[in-house]
Write a protein that binds this ligand. Structure first.
Ligand code: GLA
Length: 340
């Protein structure tokens, strides 16, 4: 891969008075994107390496190697680390919920497994990870139930959420603890997330922030919905992080596979969209502590596999050769306009 010689302004410096600029990384991107990552970003998140299945694939057998490498990478480059994620319905191995006969465990056993996992993981990274996504995606997108069906919910009941926060707080009283979800700007889901977090706060649960995943595209959500979500969540008095920002060039239900590269007009639309979003984020900089992209450059994005397997997407600020895209220029412009 040709290495782009960097003369452009570093995002982390452009926004240093506003928020952290983060990227999700993986073992391969830390190698091939090291120059890009260290130049522009001052925060990282593990794309997969800190999920339950990665850290404790079998009961009591912890595999910390890949996660430790990420911590060393952050240390080498003076970056903050956001931990992702402790309790989720995905990427969690079946053993967590089952006994040796494959039958569901009791509520007590499940909560004890959760406690022990959280204490081990959060305890290990106490000095390196300042914020954790404690519970990921517990709220339902549709239907009339507030919480999505999951084995956590089935076995432990809705209190599994508060318990996860309590255990994380015991393990590291200094860590900032987040509830993290997607479709966070959709008005219906926004209200559900708001109510969940509000009720956690009323019970005295140690929760400090809401993570807006921000897997957005050129068409949705609208700026008005994003603004309304930021205001609503901020009204709880919590910190907000954008945790997984990317900007797919396809509408979510669009399954077309004929686009082989983005043409200038598409890149221009993406640039305009990123610009207006960063204007908004800057406006709310008092509430927003961190903006993490789900990846750093278009050569490594989960959207190449989802929702259409093998279809290339170009959702980030840097292209496949790690060169700044028009979207980078416009985002950088927002930062400098603000400081005039
Ligand atoms: C969700 C999860 C992330 C990641 C993305 C897709 O948003 O929170 O960890 O798995 O899906 O890559």
């Amino acid at each position: 891969m040709s290495m782009h010689e960097r003369t452009e302004a570093a995002l982390k410096e452009l926004f240093q008075e506003d928020f952290h600029i983060g990227a999700a990384v993986n073992p391969s991107s830390m190698k091939k994107q090291e120059q890009l990552l260290s130049y522009h970003f001052n925060s990282i998140t593990a794309e997969n390496e800190m999920k339950f299945v990665s850290l404790q694939p079998e009961e009591g057998k912890y595999t910390f190697e890949a996660a430790d490498t990420l911590i060393s990478f952050a240390r080498k480059h003076g970056m903050a680390v956001r931990g992702h994620t402790l309790v989720w319905h995905n990427q969690t191995t079946g053993w967590v919920f089952e006994d040796s006969q494959g039958q569901p465990v009791s509520r007590e056993v499940l909560l004890e497994r959760m406690r022990s996992h959280i204490h081990t993981v959060v305890g290990r990274y106490k000095d390196s990870i300042y914020a954790w996504d404690v519970v990921n995606e517990a709220v339902a997108d549709e239907g009339d139930q507030q919480l999505r069906p999951s084995r956590w919910l089935d076995i432990a009941g809705p209190e599994f959420i508060a318990k996860a926060f309590e255990y994380a707080h015991e393990a590291d009283p200094n860590a900032l603890l987040f509830y993290n979800d997607y479709n966070e700007s959709d008005p219906l889901k926004r209200e559900r997330i708001f109510q969940l977090v509000e009720s956690l706060l009323k019970q005295g649960t140690p929760i400090h922030g809401i993570g807006l995943q921000a897997h957005w595209n050129l068409f949705a959500p609208s700026l008005e919905d994003i603004r309304a979500a930021i205001e609503r969540y901020a009204s709880l008095g919590l910190k907000l992080h954008l945790t997984e920002l990317d900007m797919s060039v396809f509408e979510f239900h669009d399954r077309r596979t004929d686009l082989l590269r983005p043409d200038p007009s598409l890149l221009e639309r993406q640039a305009e969209r990123y610009e207006s979003i960063f204007r908004l984020l800057k406006e709310y900089r008092d509430y927003i502590g961190s903006v993490t992209f789900w990846g750093a450059a278009d050569d490594d994005t989960w959207l190449d596999y989802f929702p259409v397997q093998g279809r290339k997407n170009w959702p980030l600020l840097f292209d496949e050769q790690h060169r700044p895209k028009p979207a980078y220029e416009r985002v950088a412009g927002v930062a400098s306009a603000g400081s005039l």
